[in-house]
Design a binder for this molecule. Structure first.
Ligand SMILES: [Zn+2]
Length: 55
């Protein structure tokens, strides 16, 4: 009954790319970088249970 759907936050990947402030870099003043993290919405699974109120 509970069909899982692709997570809309990560498109089913289970990971999301976020911009983060990187302090540890070759230069002391830091820089922005992108970091791949587990998706919060699906806990890295890539799929979630659809909300019952959708249908
Ligand atoms: Zn997700």
């Amino acid at each position: 009954m509970s069909n899982l759907i692709d997570c809309p936050e990560c498109d089913g990947d289970g990971t999301v790319e976020r911009e983060v402030w990187v302090r540890q870099s070759a230069t002391w003043h830091g820089d922005f970088g992108s970091e791949v993290q587990d998706c919060d919405n699906c806990n890295g699974k890539g799929q979630i249970e659809p909300l019952e109120e959708d249908e």
